[in-house]
Design a protein around this ligand. Structure first.
Ligand code: ADP
Length: 262
């Protein structure tokens, strides 16, 4: 347990540091992107400098998306929370996820009927599922099964759970993303939520996917339970606290435009 507490404190410290750096960095990037925009306006595509400016801009944009990942991890993002049915979110994501995983992977999405509601930012939930699905895909280069399941977790079941940092028994909705991929060694599992930890190699992984999943889930009052076995596969369980809808309260039934367009 002591190890887990130390790990949670370390994550908190890294998160604060990362959030601070990301915030200042964002201002610098805004200047680079803004001024290169101005430069582009005074150059024609046939000018020698045009390509160089374009390259500066795309590098700055890539840096900006890394910073966005860091901000996600540090929970410095502003949330737009609504009452959400996570089963709706995952089923509406199906077409997007299909293009992400390709032909070799057998993708299934299952939602429990009468799923409880949660209160969360549906754009962020979308990011969480997308990141978990991309990792599952990368763990199955020769194909396999990818199952996304959403179900209710009654208090009784949650009481049997232990060993997850920050966990308190109660009613939850869980999103399970399971793959039949490579699995992870315990030494890898220990580090997966740390920003910039990646085993995918330079230029391939950023190590920010799970860090941002971690930040979002924590900010939403939930927690994550990863389970993995080498050669068998990995399951990420994302627990979000049940939300009781009040009389006359709006429930989000369709996804915001930003998601539909993503
Ligand atoms: P990235 O995808 O850029 O490497 P992540 O933070 O999303 O960054 O993941 C960190 C590491 O966790 C990955 O490099 C990989 O080693 C491991 N990992 C994450 N998800 C899975 C999975 N489903 N199966 C096997 N390994 C995984």
């Amino acid at each position: 347990l002591e190890g887990r507490v130390a790990q949670a404190q370390k994550m908190e410290a890294v998160g604060n540091l990362a959030g601070g750096i990301a915030h200042d960095f964002n201002n610098v990037l805004t200047a680079i992107i803004g001024f290169s925009d101005l430069l582009l306006q005074t150059h024609r595509p046939s000018d020698a400098a045009y390509r160089d400016i374009k390259n500066i801009q795309s590098a700055a944009n890539r840096a900006a998306s890394l910073v966005a990942g860091l901000l996600g991890f540090s929970r410095k993002q502003t949330q737009q929370v609504t009452v959400v049915d996570v089963g709706d979110v995952t089923s509406e994501m199906m077409p997007v996820l299909k293009t992400q995983v390709g032909e070799k992977i057998d993708l299934k999405i299952q939602a429990e009927r009468d799923l409880w509601y949660v209160k969360a930012d549906s754009n962020q939930l979308y990011q969480v599922v997308l990141n978990l699905v991309r990792n599952a895909r990368d763990a199955m280069p020769n194909g396999g099964k990818l199952t996304i399941k959403t179900r209710n977790v009654p208090e009784r079941e949650s009481q049997k759970m232990s060993g997850v940092p920050g966990f308190t028994p109660g009613e939850y909705v869980v999103i399970e993303v399971a793959d039949t991929g490579t699995g992870m060694a315990p030494e890898v599992m220990e580090k997966i939520f740390e920003p910039f930890f990646t085993t995918k190699g330079v230029g391939k992984g950023t190590g920010l996917g799970l860090a941002s999943v971690y930040g979002i889930v924590k900010q939403s009052g939930g927690f994550i339970q990863p389970e993995s076995e080498i050669g068998k596969g990995t399951t990420f369980k994302v627990f979000l606290p049940r939300y009781f809808v009040e009389d006359g309260e709006d429930v989000e039934t369709v996804l915001p435009q930003t998601i539909a367009a993503a």
